[in-house]
Design a protein around this ligand. Structure first.
Ligand code: NAD
Ligand code: UD1
Length: 345
């Protein structure tokens, strides 16, 4: 089996870091992205890090004809399907957009895999499928709960579409990676997270507050039933998360899958509270954040973290970066975005 990989959503946050890991592992990458939530300049960052410029096609995964042109070139042995819209709040306001984009894109990809005999796919899923688990940490056997948002529901539906397709068609292998909370940037600060508008997620809000772009960070709720009263998440370094995709592809290409559809939790196994993130960020970067504690955010779950032992054992993959390194990289990336000279660091 060859090493050609089509990466949909490859100029996005997780996609771009994964492309770097793929290139460094000897894979030949073609990126397809419609640039709805990313910028083509990301390709320059990937090239600067790896010395190799991946092929880039601007196309929309909802457009099967445009996608098919890429498949017809015949260089694709595997697919990593990142392309999706991911803003939880927006999905509540525009559910049809979310169902249309996230589900049709996947259906097109699977249809073309069948038509062009491409057997392997890695799919971006999310720990959001677990909702608030009764027992922590979450394992892959933790029941999936009814989704809190249309976005979360698309992940659940997409997992089901993959499961049913793999079973029915026989010619497809798939691995769904359920990501916990990815944070940080490449250590070079040449690529990182580029949120559009006001960030919804914690880390971009933290770094933008530190940079003075946002006045004050709101910490949502201090009265949760957790040791310090703040929500708990499993924050996984973006480079570690990217490496999990290479491990998943290697497993497929080496014929090591135990079932033709497998699911893995990709997290550190450590639960960290929002306040611990804030305090560690201040400490490792030697600065003080302007924050205030406000009421709970609607739809937030109290606590979740992964049991990653199945991924550790089966993929040989481990989260390696310390929270210290990750929070340094997040700040270094924000400084670069702000044009602050980081060359001596
Ligand atoms: P991102 O928005 O940075 O990347 C997604 C990329 O897909 C963007 O570059 C966007 O332009 C592209 N895209 C969207 N719709 C497209 C379409 N129809 N055709 C072509 N390109 C399209 O998001 P990300 O954080 O890198 O997330 C990647 C994947 O991981 C998504 O499927 C997301 O749902 C999933 N995920 C993300 C997180 C997270 O916290 N970031 C957590 C769990 C799962
Ligand atoms: C959110 C989504 C989840 C999605 C994930 C990745 C919700 C309810 N969940 O997860 O479906 O998969 O993003 O995109 O939106 N926080 C603050 N202040 C802020 C921002 C966040 O205190 O300004 C807290 C939150 O309350 C939470 C933690 O920080 O406890 C992490 O929040 P966030 O980064 O938004 O991720 P999730 O809520 O875990």
């Amino acid at each position: 089996m060859g090493k050609g990989v089509l990466v949909t959503g490859g100029t996005g946050y997780i996609g771009s870091h994964t492309v770097v890991e793929l290139i460094e592992a000897g894979y030949e990458v073609i990126i397809v992205d419609n640039l709805s939530n990313s910028d083509e300049s990301v390709i320059e960052g990937i090239e600067a890090i790896t010395g190799i410029r991946p092929e880039f096609v601007k196309a929309d995964c909802r457009d099967i004809d445009a996608l098919e042109k890429i498949f017809k070139k015949g260089k694709i042995d595997s697919i990593i399907h990142f392309a999706a819209a991911k803003a939880v709040g927006e999905s509540v306001e525009q559910p049809l957009e979310y169902y249309h984009n996230n589900i049709l894109s996947l259906i097109n990809i699977i249809s073309l895999m069948r038509r062009h005999n491409v057997p392997n796919m890695v799919f971006s899923s999310s720990c959001t499928v677990y909702g608030q688990p009764e027992v922590l940490p979450a394992t892959e056997q933790t029941p999936r709960l009814e989704a809190e948002s249309p976005y979360g529901n698309t992940k659940r539906i997409c997992e089901d579409i993959i499961r049913d397709s793999v079973k029915a068609y026989g010619s497809i292998n798939a691995i769904a990676l359920r990501y916990f909370n990815p944070i940080g940037a490449h250590p070079s600060a040449l690529i990182g997270e580029l949120p559009r508008g006001v960030p919804n997620n914690l880390l971009p809000y933290v770094t933008q507050t530190a940079a003075g772009i946002r006045e004050v960070l709101s910490i949502f709720g201090d009265d949760y039933n957790t040791p310090d009263g703040f929500c708990i998440r499993d924050y996984i370094d973006i480079n570690d998360l990217a490496a999990a995709h290479v491990a998943a592809l290697d497993r497929m290409l080496d014929g090591k899958m135990k079932k033709s559809f497998e699911v893995f939790n990709i997290g550190t196994g450590q639960g960290v509270s929002t306040m611990e993130i804030v305090k560690t960020f201040e400490q490792v970067n030697g600065l003080q954040l302007n924050y205030r504690i406000t009421g709970r955010r609607e739809g937030d779950i109290e606590a979740i973290w992964a049991d990653p032992s199945y991924a550790n054992e089966e993929l040989g993959w481990y989260a390696r970066k310390s929270l210290y390194e990750t929070l340094r990289s997040a700040w270094k990336w924000q400084q670069r975005l702000c044009g602050i000279d980081i060359s001596d660091e």
